[in-house]
Design a protein around this ligand. Structure first.
Ligand code: ADP
Length: 476
């Protein structure tokens, strides 16, 4: 088992880490680049929009000049604008009769635009590419009142230059984003996986050594990993307790079986050595008694298992509580009397509960048996039963030795016996069976105790049947 458990290496968590880092980096880089690209698109379209607005407003202004003062006034306005430097220089052309250019102004730097390719067809927007193909001249045309066409245009050169610089900056930013994404992914993955790796190493150690005393360090950061670590530790605590409990239980079973088995062997040996038929008969009777005891113990262990795993076959019917209690009291009356323990009942008449009568009797018998057993001479045991809302509540109270606080949570465990009870007969199975049966009936059972003064065990069962099967009252 030890060798088999050593199999997996760090590889799976390493691969998982790499995947996590790449995912982180991919999400980070894609999101950041999408934001950068969007910003670029917005900038490009708003620069284009701005250029077009300049062209349109200048076109409107010059049209008004032409309408007010003719071509001369328009030419003056263009010249004043160019000289004053009030705005960037623009392309301005006036075409008459469809082809005769009567006014033309163009910044010298734009000479590689072949403006003759403009159709001057009257469409609002037209554009020509520069010879190098890097810039566009975007031209707006307005038809004036006398049929003359006025054209104003602007080169996209400045804008493209600005965008080209921006693209260079974006490329650098993009590389930084990729680098940050990868580094961030690695850091985030490392810090996320570190506690998981510690968890894996603890679990692997436990599997390898079979020792459950290792614990995962909890960082107290109140995150999911801390919660998982705390849960794993809690689970390990429970497993340790269970393993210890099972070990103790096994010891107890072995010990409890050894005594009757030794006695059986002794009796059988003696019978074999004797020729007296009476001695042999007596030995057989003793052997039968002992085997009954062993069988009873094994039966109880199996009953508990069945009830706990939900495979116990129950035969629920409406049971008169007073009758069951009286049956059990009748069983223990003599023992109590011999021990000078007063056994009393206080039962609300007519209370009925849906339960398997044989199992209910077993529950009460175990509780009354314990109460009488752990109550010294002169004490009292009282059984009370009645309705409480939708439940039937049965209390078994005694004035016995009580239960120490450290024993109280453990008395329900299989084969657990309180420190003070070792002197009494018993297997430590009674209460486990009680609890398993009550839970199988969808009820609850709990104990309160005052060491040295007594204990109370309270069984609460739903009075009504959970399913719709018909039922008949059984007087047992
Ligand atoms: P046992 O065979 O030891 O009685 P149980 O499962 O019935 O086993 O009870 C478990 C332990 O609970 C007992 O060993 C005893 O310490 C404690 N206990 C149960 N009932 C009582 C009681 N009425 N008074 C005091 N201790 C009790």
């Amino acid at each position: 088992m030890v060798d088999a458990a050593q199999g997996p290496s760090d590889e799976p968590s390493g691969r998982f880490g790499l995947r996590l880092a790449l995912w982180y980096a991919a999400v980070f880089v894609i999101t950041s680049l999408a934001i950068v690209l969007l910003t670029y698109r917005l900038l490009a379209s708003s620069l284009e929009e701005r250029d077009r607005q300049i062209v349109i407003s200048t076109l409107g202004e010059y049209s008004q000049r032409y309408a007010a003062g003719g071509l001369r006034s328009l030419a003056q306005a263009v010249e004043i604008d160019q000289r004053s430097g009030r705005q960037e220089r623009l392309f301005v052309r006036v075409v008459r009769g469809g082809s005769e250019t009567v006014f033309f102004s163009m910044p010298p730097a734009w000479s590689d635009f072949d403006v003759n390719r403009l159709q001057a067809s009257g469409d609002l927007w037209e554009q020509v590419l520069s010879e190098s193909g890097e810039a566009r001249l975007e031209v707006a045309t307005a038809a004036l009142a006398d049929g003359t066409l006025l054209q104003v245009g602007k080169s996209s050169e400045n804008r493209e230059g600005l965008l080209a610089r921006f693209r260079t900056v974006l490329a650098i930013v993009g590389m930084v984003i990729v680098a940050v994404g990868l580094a961030g992914g690695a850091i985030v993955t490392r810090s996320t996986l570190q506690p998981i790796r510690r968890l894996i190493s603890v679990v692997r150690d436990i599997i390898r050594t079979g020792k459950t005393d290792a614990r995962v360090p909890v960082r107290h950061e109140r995150d999911a990993i801390d919660e998982l670590s705390a849960l794993v530790n809690e689970m390990l605590d429970r497993i340790t307790t269970l393993i210890r409990g099972m070990g103790d239980a096994l010891d107890n079973v072995a010990h409890d079986l050894k005594t009757p088995m030794t006695r059986l062997r002794g009796v059988a040996e003696r019978a074999l050595q004797s020729d007296d038929p009476n001695t042999q008969r007596e030995a057989l009777v003793t052997c039968l008694d002992e085997s009954e005891r062993i069988l009873a113990m094994l039966d109880t262990l199996m009953d508990i298992s069945e009830a706990e795993t939900g495979t116990m076959r129950l035969d629920p019917r409406q049971v008169d509580v007073e009758t069951v209690v009286q049956e059990v009291i009748d069983l223990y009356e003599e023992t109590a009397e011999d021990k000078h323990v007063e056994l009393t009942t206080e039962i609300t008449p007519g209370v009925v509960v849906v339960a398997d009568p044989r199992r209910l009797r077993q529950v009460l018998a175990n509780l009354v048996d314990n109460a009488v057993k752990y109550t010294p001479s002169g004490g009292r045991v009282a059984v009370r039963a009645g309705r409480d809302g939708a439940d039937v509540v049965i209390d078994v109270t005694d004035t016995g030795i009580g239960i120490a606080a450290h024993d109280l949570p453990r008395i329900w465990e299989r084969l657990y016996r309180g420190d003070q009870s070792r002197a009494e007969r018993g297997l430590g199975l009674g209460l486990s069976l009680v609890r398993a049966i009550v839970l199988a009936h969808r009820g609850t059972v709990h104990a309160t105790a005052d060491p040295g003064r007594g204990s109370t065990f309270t069984v609460r069962l739903p009075a009504e049947r959970q399913s719709s099967q018909s039922a008949s009252i059984t007087r047992m």
